[in-house]
Design a protein around this ligand. Structure first.
Ligand SMILES: Cc1cc2nc3c(=O)[nH]c(=O)nc-3n(C[C@H](O)[C@H](O)[C@H](O)COP(=O)(O)O)c2cc1C
Length: 194
């Protein structure tokens, strides 16, 4: 029962905390490795284990922010381009400690459909978000443009078997915690059959 209550508390406490709300305090690399170890324990049909992470920190994170914001500036359509967002992207590294660029590496087992590979990576990401919450870290899963643009895949040197799943920003925050909201009542999301 105690285990359930601990897990319940961690799940309830997990919130998306945007990079701008992170305070720049650094996480130790060893703690990131502990999160990755837990990510690797996600369920995986056929042991395809399709989760992959590129971990950016320090100067490499700064360089990534420069490159990513440049791709946004180059490829975002003029009507959607947002100067404020562009500046925020450039400054991510001032707030975020580590950025995990997360992608799905398609397995070769023909019995495992692609949606199950996405599902497994999502489960791995959730392990990271919950473990980060348990460690008092702030976390944010985002997919902002140009995440699905080929230019980013090229920059990251990914192959056609790799599908980007998001950025996980990790850091610390002084932001006052507030409970999350849900728009659709829970009882509209399940039905019992007995
Ligand atoms: C696949 C995925 C992609 C997301 N991408 C973004 C994003 O690009 N920008 C953003 O503000 N939030 C993004 N979010 C976070 C959601 O906005 C956030 O989870 C939602 O508002 C609920 O808040 P909570 O996580 O604090 O409960 C994403 C979440 C998921 C699952």
């Amino acid at each position: 029962m105690e285990s359930f209550q601990n897990l319940q508390k961690i799940i309830q406490q997990r919130r998306s905390i945007k990079p701008a709300q992170m305070n720049g305090r650094k996480i130790q690399d060893s703690e990131i490795e502990e999160l990755l170890f837990l990510a690797d324990l996600a369920p995986t049909h056929g042991h395809t284990e399709p989760w992959r992470f590129i971990i950016y920190a320090d100067q490499a994170l700064k360089d990534f922010c420069t490159a990513f914001s440049s791709l946004y500036q180059k490829y975002q359509s003029p009507e959607k381009f947002n100067e404020e967002k562009f500046i925020k992207m450039q400054n991510w590294h001032q707030h975020v400690s580590h950025l995990l660029v997360t992608y799905m590496h398609k397995g070769t087992n023909p019995k495992i459909p692609e949606q199950e590979e996405y599902a497994a990576v999502s489960a791995a990401i959730e392990h990271i978000l919950l473990a980060a919450t348990a460690k008092g870290m702030a976390s944010f899963w985002s997919t902002s443009f140009p995440i699905y643009h080929d230019s980013l895949k090229q920059y990251l040197q990914l192959t056609e078997n790799d599908i980007l799943m998001g950025f996980i920003s990790l850091g610390y925050s002084d932001w006052p915690w507030q409970p999350t909201k849900r728009m659709i009542p829970l009882n509209e999301k399940f039905s019992w059959r007995k």
